[in-house]
Design a protein around this ligand. Structure first.
Ligand SMILES: Nc1ncnc2c1ncn2[C@@H]1O[C@H](COP(=O)(O)OP(=O)(O)O)[C@@H](O)[C@H]1O
Ligand SMILES: Cc1ncsc1CCOP(=O)(O)O
Ligand SMILES: [Mg+2]
Length: 268
């Protein structure tokens, strides 16, 4: 399946027109970054992790973003409750297994969440994705020790087993499902110097899932958009601090022509 500037722009317009509410159960580090990125894209973010309200919140949301970045037992319970409700209501769910492969607790939690119900999309870096299939790898805290290609077979088996789309991010981004792989080569190395860029990619996938029922295409669109906005921002930034500001502005001001000019993807 193909993506192009037109198909990406069409999803962005749907986000602008319908302003989908995106329910995030995410980590303390990135709550502000991902809420601002969703707003800049045109979506409506809410961060809600209290076990008492997650079912009500997911009921009014168009997509659920689950991120294990700063996890604890009560949060995991809330995540499972929200996921079950989302599944019941046929709402898309995207998981970010932050730090899976760094500690046994994170790996086991991510695996437990994957087994809870069928997720729509899983997005992580290569070390995180590799760890989810039970392979022995070391994630360096939240950072990958591997290139994206390293986790491609793991991603394929994860996608096949769980009937979902898997996104491996890094210098190259790979969008994987049971029978196809797209490689996106947008982005900039400076993005890895800002915390929460991966989490932002996951949150933006949530927004695209809200307007596009094809999870593979929605994931590719979101991944291309964050990469292109990152490239534009990096050209204006003088370091990681200004990159963050320029990234939000680039996302907010993104034009179809920017996508036409910069989109770099290959089917592999
Ligand atoms: N070296 C790089 N070159 C280009 N883009 C990158 C690079 N490293 C990360 N990115 C981009 O930054 C975003 C976050 O990816 P990544 O750093 O892999 O996630 P995480 O923060 O979860 O480890 C993605 O959009 C990815 O394409
Ligand atoms: C640094 C850190 N520690 C726990 S969560 C978190 C944020 C990770 O965000 P990302 O994976 O997007 O860089
Ligand atoms: Mg991450």
């Amino acid at each position: 399946m193909n993506i192009n500037a037109h198909s990406i722009w069409s999803d962005i317009q749907k986000i602008h027109n319908s302003v989908p509410l995106i329910h995030n159960i995410t980590n303390y580090v990135v709550m502000n970054n991902t809420a601002n990125a969703l707003l800049a894209l045109g979506a409506s973010p809410v961060m809600a992790h209290a076990i008492e309200e997650v079912e009500d919140m997911v009921s009014i949301a168009r997509a659920l973003v689950i991120n294990i970045g700063t996890l604890s037992e009560t949060w995991i319970e809330a995540m499972q409750k929200a996921m079950q409700k989302a599944h019941e209501l046929k709402k898309p769910i995207v998981l970010d297994p932050v730090g899976a492969g760094a500690t046994p607790y994170r790996t086991a939690t991510a695996q437990k969440l994957i087994e809870t119900i069928n997720l729509t999309v899983i997005r992580g870096n290569a070390s995180e994705i590799y760890s989810l299939v039970g392979e022995d790898t070391q994630t360096k805290g939240v950072d990958s020790t591997q290139q994206s290609e390293f986790a491609i077979e793991a991603a394929k088996s994860l996608a096949q087993r769980n009937k979902c789309t898997v996104v491996i991010s890094g210098m190259k981004d790979l969008i994987v499902n049971a029978d196809q792989v797209i490689q996106i080569e947008n982005g900039h190395p400076l993005m890895a110097k800002v915390t929460g860029m991966g989490c932002t990619a996951t949150a933006l996938i949530g927004a695209f899932l809200a307007v596009n029922t094809d999870a593979f295409i929605a994931s590719a669109h979101a991944t291309a958009v964050i990469g292109i906005a990152g490239e534009i921002a990096a050209h204006q930034a003088t370091g990681p601090g200004s990159l963050q500001i320029h990234f939000l502005d680039a996302l907010y001001k993104l034009k179809k022509e920017d996508i036409e000019e910069k989109l770099k993807f290959y089917k592999i």
